[in-house]
Design a protein. Structure first.
Lengths: 228, 228
């Protein structure tokens, strides 16, 4: 489910998702007439009060589209020659969507995730991704299965407390970067797979115990993709 | 209002906030007996169902404390010799709290904010800050007033689209870093005050229009405080 005029316009322009239903206010339907034919035939014009009943947004929207989830297949040849992420048990849909937005900004094509992660198609994930879910490929797959499909020498990086500062080490690309759970970090089952332990250094005067998972992902991806 | 056993324990240990009331379940009250005397005399033991009624959390908590907001005064001598943030119209309480947590991690002592920012004492801000609101000093003040109180040659940095990449320029410290609104960026009234325009570079293959405000703040602060 994709909500709001801006996001729906982006999905329509992108054209890669099959649409199942479109609910829109009369104003939106008129302003956007005619839609692409396969959208127009799925359009239902409803009163703003009706739209509000189906919306997950606190404030009313003009339009809401239900899309078919794409079938995504993965083989080792799909892995591009840069950084890919593996999300290990990310539970907050806002964090998940924000991480997809980060991946989109830094040109990261694949975001893999463990099967206990929050659902990609949670409306809060979709909203927080700000359209990134259209461009970043996201696939739930057990880590062992992913690892078996990848070249054995592909580095696996993970941020852990005792890791080397990202500002004082070379960050390998291509590689896989594991992002751990919001409160537990990277699960003990995945730790043995990490070939390069890294960390975001804390200031000597710093007090916080940790950073938010999406913020940490942003700092790591910036340094991997753009840092010198 | 501060919720949950972990956060309340942190506030009690910190000892800097005056407590107005404490609501706790019998289990928590017993396990934590005796509280510091000025906490003990404000304690009201309530049934879990009653606590749930006053809580803003979706899942029940063991304890909830109401604190007095501290009086924070600012003069130019309070500005430490490092980076301070100025939040220009940050509207999302989750972003605000997450930014305080980032400041806490990187040892940034002052976070100033415009008066149209979301309220610091919004429970969602307090929760997202993960205790950082206890350590980071936060003050709502018009930018012009802050500027007038600071040394005139203190650099004012701001992330704007046409800025120089943070990975290709020296980032001055001490300085003030302005963080703009989630959708509008830095307001036009503040742009003339920026003496150093910077930006987080986007990958050539990147698709996203922007980064989340808290993620951008994290990447900027990491590079200012820790980057080489």
């Amino acid at each position: 489910m994709v909500e709001g005029a801006k996001m729906v316009a982006e999905v329509m322009a992108d054209g890669q998702h099959e649409v199942e239903a479109v609910f829109a206010t009369p104003d939106w339907a008129e302003a956007n007439f005619p839609l692409p034919s396969h959208w127009q035939e799925k359009l239902m014009v409803v009163a703003p009060a009706e739209l509000k009943k189906i919306s997950t947004h606190p404030s009313p929207n003009q339009v809401l589209a239900i899309l078919k989830q794409p079938d995504l297949t993965f083989n080792h040849q799909s892995i591009p020659n840069n950084l890919s992420l593996y999300l290990d048990d990310i539970r907050d849909p806002g964090n998940f969507g924000t991480i997809l937005r980060i991946a989109d900004w830094f040109g990261i094509q694949w975001v893999f995730c463990s099967e206990n992660c929050v659902e990609l198609y949670n409306p809060k994930t979709i909203n927080a991704s700000m359209g990134a879910f259209l461009r970043v490929k996201c696939l739930a797959i057990p880590f062992t299965e992913l690892k078996a499909a990848l070249p054995p020498d592909l580095p696996v990086c993970g941020a852990v407390l005792e890791g080397t500062s990202i500002f004082e080490t070379d960050l390998p690309i291509p590689s896989i970067l594991i992002i751990g759970n919001e409160s537990q970090g990277i699960s003990s089952a995945l730790l043995p797979y990490i070939s390069k332990k890294i960390s975001i250094p804390k200031s000597k005067a710093g007090g916080a115990e940790s950073l938010n998972a999406a913020v940490a992902t942003g700092i790591l991806c910036a340094q991997f993709m753009m840092g010198k």
